[in-house]
Design a protein around this ligand. Sequence first.
Ligand code: BMA
Length: 367
Amino acid sequence: MKKLVLLSALALALAACGSGNKKPMETPKDQLVHRLFEYAQNGQIAYGHQDDLFYGHNWKVTDWEHDPLERSDVKDVTGKYPMLLGCDLGGIELGDSCNLDRIPFGLMRKAVLEHVARGGVVTFSWHPRNPLTGGDAWDISSKEVVRSILPKGEGGKAPEFREWLVRLADFLESIGPEVPVIFRPWHEHLGSWFWWGKELCSEEEYKELYRLTWLYCVKERGLTNILWCYSPNGPISPEEYMSRYPGDEFVDILGTDIYEYVGDGSVPEADVRFSEQVKDMLRSLSAMSLEHQKLMCLSETGFEGIPSPSWWTGVLEPAIREFPICYVLTWRNAHDKPGHFYAAWKGFENEADMKAFSDKENILFLD
Ligand code: BMA
């Protein structure tokens, strides 16, 4: 009931801003907006998995130029690909040939195009290095980093950072203007573990960084095929969520990243806590998405090693099903860190539960 009210209002809102009806003049971006909106309207949630086609729990693509990219832990378990393929662009800013998890950018481009040709959707995150110290995205040793790269900022790093944006946009452009993709830069910024985090820059500096990235890609480079996702870490209050919002013009999807952790308690306690956090956050995100006329998603989630016996059907699906999110994405299955996985793999003890999740009518995989 509540979901229907939210969605019909969102439908009206989208219609009012001119994107509610399919038109012959629809851009690729409009088409993806409509597709995602229809998922939410139909009570369906697309499932995504980070790095799904590049490697899995105990395998990886090696000869990528000749590999058909048909292997996937998710497919091994469910018989279907995830609807969304998540990729990370960390490393593109320096012109590296591979990203921070050693995925060749050539492989990434090939997988993106293959996944889209199969009918899937692609979302990009970005863990760029620290432009001031030369460290990684997690280097929070200086609070001057964001200030140093803004055009009017002190510290003189703005020209170098512009070069980073050039390389980022070059890669996104190489995907092709007809392929709409989701991009969610400067994520989890209401925590303080990345150099663009809450304690590392002011609200205005963060907003300027986001807008600068958008303005360069969209206005200077004409990359109009991108859906921009704003994805702070959750759970947080609506006030905090909006405290660094760059503005409606710069955002298409309101997301949030929420993970489950055991901490000092037990797995069942963690399940309950996570479920409440997700529901609270998605409830307030529903209101914000309505107010700002935006799509919404659970941009990252998971429980490392999935120690909860029926996490997919007993925890995740019940926590998200009543909310109009268009997608949920679980993080990567590392091939070189045995405990670092967020989707089931063939032989994993709870694989049947993920298969049951994939068979649910309201959860969309790619057949
Ligand atoms: C983190 C971990 C890291 C990885 C990074 C970027 O959550 O998975 O191992 O390098 O994401 O993908």
